[in-house]
Write a protein that binds this ligand. Structure first.
Ligand SMILES: [Ca+2]
Length: 281
């Protein structure tokens, strides 16, 4: 089984062109970004389940320990483009110093545009969230400047970027669900991931509408209900794929299918969650 998974992961690497130093087992889905992502206005949202204990980091192992990422937009830097990146991720953070450790879990969203880091929303801690429970996260932006983050349908942070982030999306830009590089710590699962062309109002977010149904503003909807196995490769058909020439099915490298928020979901790692492993002993 492990060999098959490794073969599947490597096959996906060949398909997606990701370099081979990505770790087998890491769930990763890659899509062309142009047409699915716009810096002027949009919404990214998903149900997310922690497979790590957000309260559990009691050792002093540095300031910030990255634990999960489910969304990356990446426009590579070139000779004529300084590049851009947008990420949604989670990490455990030590707020204290040696001998005085106050661990906490943080949600993080970050925009890097034209090679420059844009001040990002400061989100409430996720330290009190239970592992194994689903929570909804949504990020909206409009006018290339006003950003809002919602946790479980509630506005968690609203901010205005100091400058407008509007810029073009080059053909080489990619959306990565999961993580393209580091996988060993991606202890999260997702379901009903949706990218929209508009900054959705709170009442229109997926938190209030489960399962999601397609509407004219939906650019991508991944509900993980239509999965096909072919030649040892897991392929997911998006419920919505707005790109006319977009792939009908997307290779899923690594990860594992689990009970989702509705139907099936995708865990980002093949490993048994550490909190479940602890329970089994
Ligand atoms: Ca699902």
């Amino acid at each position: 089984m492990r060999g098959m998974r490794r073969a599947a992961a490597l096959a996906a690497l060949a398909l997606t062109g990701v370099s081979a130093w990505a770790q087998p087992g890491a769930a990763r889905i890659e899509l062309p970004a142009r047409g699915l992502f716009d810096f002027t206005e949009g919404t990214i949202e998903a149900w997310v389940m922690f497979e790590f204990d957000p309260r559990g980091w009691q050792e002093d192992r540095g300031v910030y320990q990255w634990r999960g990422r489910w969304f990356t937009f990446e426009a590579p830097a070139t000779e004529t483009d300084l590049g851009a990146e947008v990420v949604i991720e989670y990490g455990l953070k030590n707020h204290g110093r040696l001998g005085r450790i106050e661990p906490g879990c943080n949600w993080r969203t970050a925009f890097y545009v034209d090679g420059e880091k844009v001040p990002h929303p400061l989100l409430p801690a996720c330290t009190d969230l239970e592992p194994g429970t689903w929570h909804h996260f949504a990020l909206t932006w409009t006018g290339a400047q006003v950003v809002r983050a919602y946790i479980d349908g509630e506005l968690a942070q609203e901010m205005e970027f100091p400058w407008a982030i509007a810029r073009d999306v080059p053909g080489a830009a990619r959306i990565v669900i999961g993580h393209p590089q580091i996988s060993g710590f991606n202890f999260i699962a997702i379901d009903d991931l949706r990218i929209s062309s508009v900054a959705r109002r709170p009442e229109d977010l997926g938190f209030a509408h489960t399962p999601l149904t397609p509407d004219p503003y939906t650019l991508l909807l991944l509900d993980f209900e239509d999965i096909e196995q072919a030649d040892g490769q897991m392929l997911v058909r998006p419920a919505v794929m707005a790109l006319a020439d977009g792939p009908e099915r997307l290779p899923v490298a690594g990860g594992r299918l689990i009970d989702g928020r509705t139907g099936r979901g995708l865990a980002m790692n093949t490993a048994v969650p550490e909190y479940q492993a602890g329970e089994a002993q």
